[in-house]
Design a protein around this ligand. Structure first.
Ligand code: SF4
Length: 381
């Protein structure tokens, strides 16, 4: 599967799908976090591109502007941007998902878009999102998204984003999620049809390609998977939970240690496609989009919502017949750090084998990490 042309779009930052999009003189905008409602950007005829650092092994330039006890994933993306990898962006959308990625709002402006030789005006947008899930919090988030819509209309040709544009975008994104859920069902079955590494590639490619084209590709892949045999393997079935993962070298490290990552709870993983935008009569489409993004299964940034995340993980462990859970955290990622610490106790109380690891986004020497993972896989055998 991993040589499939759609999956290979995940191996690099730019890909031929977005080059075609650019040929039509259309705009591409970058963001870090799934609390940015892509349906609104797409309705404005902008291509949302999820910023990642796939395959990047350097942070030297990024470290000039961010101290090393910050998230190495964020520093790697900044390093790439300073080297021109993200010069194709025509806009940047940042929210306070965590304190590390939030800093990109200033640093991209001051250091990336104002660097020598870069002569494009790139609008930036900031959305402040509450860290708790409450009725008042939703009213705040909804207002932020309403203001964001006005800002987008002002910055991109004063083109009004109509309810029809929004409804069309909602349908495309709901279709996209339902296709990803169908593929996930084939991943968690007894004889999985794809590996965790391939699932990550699909998710990353999906976040870097226009959604209507992605839907055609996902439909093709789904039909293909329905035809092929499942993996005949006695590999241990693990669930991967925690910080951002956009590097298949890390998932391969786990899957070369005698495991198959049949499920996950990652922001480049299943968390993205569990919830659709619910279409309700009498509600305006923008409110429906905001409701989906605010109330969906949350990420650790939502401090008061840990129990709902734990309940989901417990159910998924049963659904996917998980043998063990790997909790991983990029050093200094306080959000995953808090959640993983709680999960490790709660899952152990349920006698579910747990491995808790800290890592850097890119690790030159993975020997110790591989040894720990192999020992864990052996232990759950
Ligand atoms: S991995 Fe953690 S610290 Fe890094 S961007 Fe994600 S939430 Fe923030």
């Amino acid at each position: 599967m991993y040589k499939d042309p759609f999956l290979t779009a995940s191996n690099s930052i730019k890909n031929h799908y977005i080059e075609d999009w650019q040929k039509d003189n259309k705009k591409i905008v970058g963001h870090y976090c799934t609390y940015i409602p892509e349906e609104l950007l797409y309705a404005a005829n902008l291509l949302p591109f999820r910023i990642r650092a796939t395959g990047h092994e350097d942070t030297d330039l990024g470290d000039i502007y961010m101290v090393r006890f910050t998230c190495s994933f964020v520093r790697a993306t900044l390093d790439m941007a300073l080297r021109g990898f993200y010069d194709f962006l025509d806009g940047l959308f940042i929210c306070n998902s965590c304190d590390h990625s939030r800093r990109m709002f200033e640093l991209f402006d001051l250091k990336v878009f104002k660097r020598e030789g870069f002569n494009k005006k790139v609008p930036r947008f900031y959305i402040a999102i509450p860290h708790i899930v409450t009725k008042e919090g939703f009213e705040w988030y909804k207002r932020e998204i309403e203001e964001l819509k006005e800002e987008i209309e002002k910055n991109y040709n004063n083109k009004k984003i109509t309810d029809e544009d929004l409804l069309n975008s909602i349908n495309i994104y709901n279709k996209n999620r339902s296709l990803l859920r169908e593929i996930h069902k084939l991943r968690i079955q007894d004889a999985p049809k794809i590996t965790g590494t391939e699932a990550l590639q699909i998710s990353m490619a999906n976040s870097s390609v226009p959604k209507d084209i992605a839907n055609q590709e996902l439909e093709r892949i789904l039909n293909l998977l329905k035809e092929i045999e499942g993996l005949k393997t006695d590999a241990k079935r693990v669930m991967l939970v925690g910080s951002e993962v956009d590097d298949i070298n890390f998932t391969k490290l786990i899957e070369n240690s005698g495991a198959n990552i049949v499920s996950d709870f990652l922001c480049f993983g299943i968390r993205n496609f569990l919830d659709d935008v619910k279409l309700e009569d009498g509600k305006n489409p923008l409110e429906m989009i905001s409701r989906r993004h605010y109330y969906r299964i949350s990420c650790p940034r939502m401090m008061d919502d840990h129990q709902r995340r734990l309940d989901f993980i417990k159910d998924e462990i049963k659904r996917a017949k998980i043998d063990g859970v790997i909790l991983q955290r990029i050093n200094n990622c306080d959000l995953a750090g808090c959640d993983n610490m709680l999960f490790s106790h709660e899952l152990k109380d349920l006698e579910i084998p747990v491995l808790n690891i800290d890592r850097e986004f890119f690790q030159a020497d993975t020997t110790r990490l591989q040894t720990r993972i192999e020992a864990f896989i052996e232990m759950i055998s």
